[in-house]
Design a protein around this ligand. Sequence first.
Ligand code: CUA
Length: 147
Amino acid sequence: HWVSMPPSRVETIDPRKLHISGEFVEDNLGTTLGEDGKVMVRLIAQQYSFEPQCLVVPAGMPVTFRATSTDAVHGFVIDKTNANVMLIPGFIATFTARFDKAGERLMPCHEYCGTGHEAMWGRVQVLPAEEFLAKAKGGERMSCVPR
Ligand code: CUA
């Protein structure tokens, strides 16, 4: 399977333990603004949703994503960006994207992952940078999933 994986910077993780410990536990998912000013989004894909289902990111700033899958091979693209990634159980995918304009983007799963694949869509809410920074100041994880 190395054919489909980049040979360098491969990070692995045990997909059976994602919810129990480590960086992908539930309360570590979503968007954070680090003390270094870097924006980081962590998410999980599973049949047939993303967690969180709605991501909050700032416009005009680099945003680093870290993501993985708990079950099948998933992936996503984000409308009007170059974000395009495969999520493979056991591997952490990471990439950096930039969102030019504020607004809503769609984030469909783009790998066939089973009978619910067609309904597996997330959303991305791109906020103006000032608005994002004001909301992120508290340091807690952000998402736009209604509570
Ligand atoms: Cu997940 Cu298709």
